[in-house]
Design a protein around this ligand. Structure first.
Ligand SMILES: C[S@@+](CC[C@H](N)C(=O)[O-])C[C@H]1O[C@@H](n2cnc3c(N)ncnc32)[C@H](O)[C@@H]1O
Length: 264
């Protein structure tokens, strides 16, 4: 499935919201209303749509992070907290570490997603070491060079101004800091493409309607993936931001990609 408007020139004040062109000033509000409406069913939907695969993808991201005691983690677009919880859990299991001394921040502009993250943190017994910050990637209310690792998992696609978001991530990373991005990729292997297209444009919106009560949110998912840059283009954007030693790992036949880069 291709974005039908790819060849139409895009105005400076416009951006894609899925396949629709909307004003840049409307985009964040539209994204926000989608996540607000699905927040309560977001985790269940992830398991259902991916058949649990999102857990493996997120674990691969954590392997890239390589959690170490004392590491300062900022998870941008942290949503319901999966990445931070996995980070803390791995740290705890690895060395019987007391994670109270670890500084993690779940940052997300959406209050409802953060609220789910807070409830999950309490249920998991993470009462220390996690801060919840309501803010978009484009305006992180964090100090320069205050993070060792910055992650963004299935979040960059939703950011209205990706250039500003990447620049903010770069700014908050310390020298030697590591940025890791997990995202759906439009570069799906040709042998998978027909099945993947049918699944993502028909089955996922159907699940969205019947499980999360919002078909449009999951139609947006399929469309926004097709509008997201190919891995080589994202690598270039990261280079332009200033990241070095950039590497990219494709997974599951190109359905997702992990980009890793460093603030050298
Ligand atoms: C698909 S969820 C990903 C949540 C979580 N990281 C995960 O992997 O399960 C996307 C998240 O991006 C957030 N988001 C939307 N616009 C954003 C922006 N401009 N900056 C940062 N996060 C944003 C949404 O609120 C939502 O929580």
């Amino acid at each position: 499935m291709k974005n039908p408007s790819t060849n139409d020139p895009i105005r400076k004040d416009e951006i894609n919201f899925g396949f629709r062109r909307v004003g840049k000033n409307e985009h964040a509000g539209l994204v926000s209303s989608l996540f607000k409406s699905v927040a309560g069913r977001y985790d269940l939907m992830n398991d259902l749509m991916s058949g649990g695969l999102h857990r493996l993808w997120k674990q691969s991201l954590i392997n890239w992070v390589n959690p170490q005691p004392g590491m300062r983690l900022v998870d941008v677009a942290g949503g319901t907290g999966d990445i931070t919880f996995r980070f803390l859990n791995q740290l705890e299991n690895a060395s019987n570490n007391d994670v109270k001394a670890t500084q993690t921040i779940i940052c997300d502009p959406n209050k409802e997603m953060l609220r789910v993250a807070q409830k999950r943190a309490i249920n998991m017994g993470y009462l220390y070491g996690i801060e919840f910050v309501q803010a978009p990637a484009e305006g992180l209310p964090l100090c320069d060079r205050s993070a060792d690792v910055c992650t963004i998992s299935f979040g960059l696609r939703n950011v209205t101004d990706r250039t500003a978001g990447l620049a903010e991530i770069f700014r908050i990373l310390d020298f030697g800091g590591h940025f890791i991005c997990l995202e759906f990729s439009p570069a799906v292997a040709p042998f998978l493409a027909p099945l993947y297209d049918t699944y993502s444009t028909r089955v996922i919106p159907w699940l969205g309607k019947h499980v999360a009560g919002n078909k449009e949110a999951y139609q947006y998912l399929a469309e926004s993936i097709r509008c997201f840059p190919e891995p080589t283009a994202l690598t270039e954007e990261m280079q332009k931001t200033g990241f070095g030693n950039i590497q990219c790992q494709m997974m599951s036949g190109g359905i997702v990609a992990i980009h890793s880069g460093w603030r050298l």
